[in-house]
Ligand binder design. Sequence first.
Ligand SMILES: CC(C)(COP(=O)(O)OP(=O)(O)OC[C@H]1O[C@@H](n2cnc3c(N)ncnc32)[C@H](O)[C@@H]1OP(=O)(O)O)[C@@H](O)C(=O)NCCC(=O)NCCS
Length: 372
Amino acid sequence: MTQPSTTANSVSKITRVGKTDAVIRTVETGDFSLAVETWKTAFGFTDEERWKKFAFEVSDYAVGAFIDDYPHALATVIMFDANFNGCTIKCGGIAGVACSPPMRKKGLVRAVLKEILDRLNEQKVEISALWPFSYPFYEKMGYSVTDLQYEVTQKIDAIATVGDSSKFKPVKLDDYETLMPIHQRWSKKYNLSLERTSQRWQRQLTRPERHFVLYLHEDGYMLWNLQDPEKRTLEVVEWAYLTEQAFHDGLALIKNCGQLAFDNAKWVMSDLDPLLRLGVSYPPAKINVRHGMMTRVVNTEAFFNNTGLQEQSIEICDPMEISGSARVEGDRRPGPGEVIQVATGFINPSGHVPEALYKAAANAKTFSIEQY
Ligand SMILES: CC(C)(COP(=O)(O)OP(=O)(O)OC[C@H]1O[C@@H](n2cnc3c(N)ncnc32)[C@H](O)[C@@H]1OP(=O)(O)O)[C@@H](O)C(=O)NCCC(=O)NCCS
């Protein structure tokens, strides 16, 4: 585990919860056996070795709320490089958010996230992001949804006959690094996409609940999961296509699977146009529009200065009091997630946000690729 570097990180903070004091501090290796109990009950996932790896190798650090030395609430931080408005900025990815059942709804997770955001702010980290279990829960912490994704389920027989499957070649799991340059080109195309290190590739490809096969194209790649397919549906976990031709070649590859093993295929797109341009199929594809990541500004100054948005810099109000002070009656300042939504053109500015910010960073589509 990389130990956080600021002085605040080594200091424990005390938070009052009802009649008890909780100590908010970094989770150390000696806390692990208790921490894993909290994670297990929250996520129902009991593989201790994997939790250990997650907490002390995959994550940069974990913060806990301790009562009598028991870590009742936890969250971890994974630092990413994020692409935003043509710039590379730092993103504190939040994961493993959990509270032990007896101590829920007492503000412990909120206190842990406040501490993490404080640390990120001190380190001048521009943004933070997470995949939520509940959107309202994280909205209270200043995060907003920043992209939509299209999950397509298509009967394989109905997929248009286009492209050339032989443009893809199978890649052994151990040779995943050959996919990395494509992933980099792919993530550079999108706002708020996160770069993936070699360590994260290994983590993604060794999930126990999935059995991956990899295919590489000169302008794309696909990751398929063959484990426990639901309703004879091939799950394309990740499909990078940098050209429309690579998308067509991928459809041809999927189509070749539609015999013994699978009837349907499922994949995710950032934008439906390449599919719609192929015309109507029968039966039609089922499209499920789903929320992507939630994001928020952390260090306001670093965010505006390091993303080419100095001219659009505005004051932010923040329920966590990190990027600005909390909202007061009649407040016209936007929230830390709203600023990103407006700058990327994800939502129209409401009356109080300056027009100049609207679409100021909308040169690329917003799409969150990384799952964590
Ligand atoms: C979700 C979870 C982390 C919340 O932890 P917690 O310590 O109870 O949360 P807090 O008490 O700090 O709650 C903060 C705020 O969210 C609200 N809240 C708590 N649980 C909530 C829930 N399940 N849904 C929506 N809001 C919730 C609280 O009422 C509180 O609001 P307030 O500030 O207006 O009073 C905890 O229930 C848990 O571990 N669940 C299982 C694992 C999980 O889903 N983790 C999230 C992965 S993204």
